[in-house]
Design a protein around this ligand. Structure first.
Ligand code: 5GP
Length: 209
């Protein structure tokens, strides 16, 4: 990363997409490649899928518990997606940003809108698109763990989700994972170099001249 010796405040990187656009793989790869990013682990009322880990993939909560977290003001944003409730716990976010670490959010357009209202200056939002209608359909059919009904529901919702692309700062078409990843990393690198985020720049310049 450039300007490594200059302190900066972190940014909030939001990735949204219709399901089947490859966002989960991109998020995972981004976190592996770039150690300055922490993942925001959401809370959800949806049932755990095989292979998922409580506290790592999501905080899996019962409906009552989710309601209690909400009533206690623990969420930065929350939404109902495909009939389940999802929310971003706020506690991690501010701590990470102050420490100069970036936070990655895998949330939908409703959550992005709420974060935009609350945290516009810290937010960098990217919408991931699948390469074609046919490829989206193929990827959704290949998801073994989801039943036909869920797949059909998600297909119907995909167009709806995609209609929100104009609300995002950047749009990346995921034709090739490596290329999409490089595009996201390029966005991230440029956004980190914004003058407003380089909180240590005055001090650095002061030492130069
Ligand atoms: P899944 O249940 O397949 O993991 O996620 C379904 C959808 O919910 C995805 O579009 C995902 O981005 C979104 N989502 C996951 N966590 C949150 C959250 O905390 N807030 C919002 N608004 N959406 C979320």
């Amino acid at each position: 990363m450039s300007n490594e010796n200059i302190s900066r405040c972190g940014l909030m990187l939001v990735l949204s997409s219709p399901s089947g656009a490859g966002k989960t793989t991109l998020s995972r790869r981004l976190l592996e490649n770039d150690k300055s990013i922490s993942l925001s682990v959401s809370a959800t009322t949806r049932p755990m899928r095989p292979g998922e880990v409580h506290g790592k993939d999501y905080h899996f909560l019962g409906a009552d518990e989710f309601g209690a977290w909400l009533a206690d003001g623990k969420f930065l944003e929350h939404a109902t997606v495909f009939g389940n409730r999802y929310g971003t716990p706020s506690h991690l976010v501010n701590d990470e940003l102050i420490r100069g670490r970036d936070v990655l959010f895998d949330i939908d357009w409703q959550g992005t809108q709420q974060l935009k209202e609350k945290k516009r200056d810290d937010l960098v939002s990217i919408f991931i698109l699948p390469p074609s209608h046919g490829e989206l359909e193929r990827r959704l059919r290949n998801r073994a763990q989801d039943g036909d009904e869920i797949v059909a529901g998600r297909m119907a919702k995909a167009a709806d989700e995609i209609s929100h692309w104009p609300e995002y700062d950047y749009v990346v078409v995921n034709t090739d994972v490596e290329k999409a990843l490089a595009d996201i990393q390029a966005i991230l690198n440029a956004e980190r170099l914004r003058r407003s985020r380089q909180t240590g720049i005055s001090e650095f310049v002061g030492r130069l001249v």
